[in-house]
Design a protein around this ligand. Structure first.
Ligand code: COA
Length: 167
């Protein structure tokens, strides 16, 4: 379902540090809804929240999107996006763009130089979103996640003058 664009100021983005059992179960269901069997499970999400970062986007008390991030060991200035999704009923309303820019601002405040992620070549919505905010194609790796699971690797090098204004 798509509706009118959200008002960016209505989107509240928070980092969840210690998700309780109910929240972990809810987030597992949302990851499954977005990614099917490759979605993160409760255990993975708890690890991500503890050792990386789990950001949630809220609109009027509803969780409308999720994002899991890791700081890259080999490139500590960069953050790796493990997962990013907007719940289906909120897609097409600028939630993804607003959420992604908010996460990027958080990462920049943590000293981040940019973000790296993988996208399936068939995921035209995600590719358009990422390229639209500033991600640039870095490489294309056949079978990145195993047989037939090719991925583009995209990198967004933050401009270094603050990310406000892009929403
Ligand atoms: C990809 C995803 C996060 C986009 O979120 P969204 O809230 O629908 O995106 P927005 O409404 O903010 O749109 C931002 C931009 O993304 C692109 N986009 C979004 N939906 C699109 C679609 N169906 N087709 C083409 N481009 C699309 C457009 O460039 C759009 O900008 P525009 O509205 O100015 O044209 C969402 O579709 C999703 O969660 N998909 C399932 C999970 C997933 O694939 N995650 C990414 C894994 S790498």
């Amino acid at each position: 379902m798509s509706g009118s664009p959200i008002f960016p100021g209505d989107l509240v983005v928070t980092r969840v540090c210690r998700p309780d059992h109910d929240l972990l179960v809810t987030l597992e269901a949302y990851d499954f809804e977005a990614f099917g069997l490759t979605g993160l499970r409760t255990y993975d999400l708890a690890v991500m929240a503890q050792a990386g970062a789990v950001y949630l986007a809220y609109l009027y008390d509803d969780i409308v999107g999720g994002c899991q991030i890791l700081r890259m060991l080999d490139e500590p200035g960069f953050f790796y996006v493990v997962g990013f999704y907007v719940r289906p009923r909120w897609q097409g309303r600028k939630v993804g763009r607003t959420f992604l820019l908010a996460v990027a601002r958080e990462l920049e405040e943590l000293g981040g130089e940019g973000m790296v992620l993988t996208v399936a070549p068939t995921n035209t919505a995600a590719l358009a979103l990422y390229r639209g905010v500033g991600f640039v194609d870095e490489s294309f790796i056949p079978h990145f996640y195993g047989e037939g699971e090719d991925r583009h690797i995209l990198r967004w090098r933050f401009p270094g003058r603050g990310l406000h204004g892009g929403v």
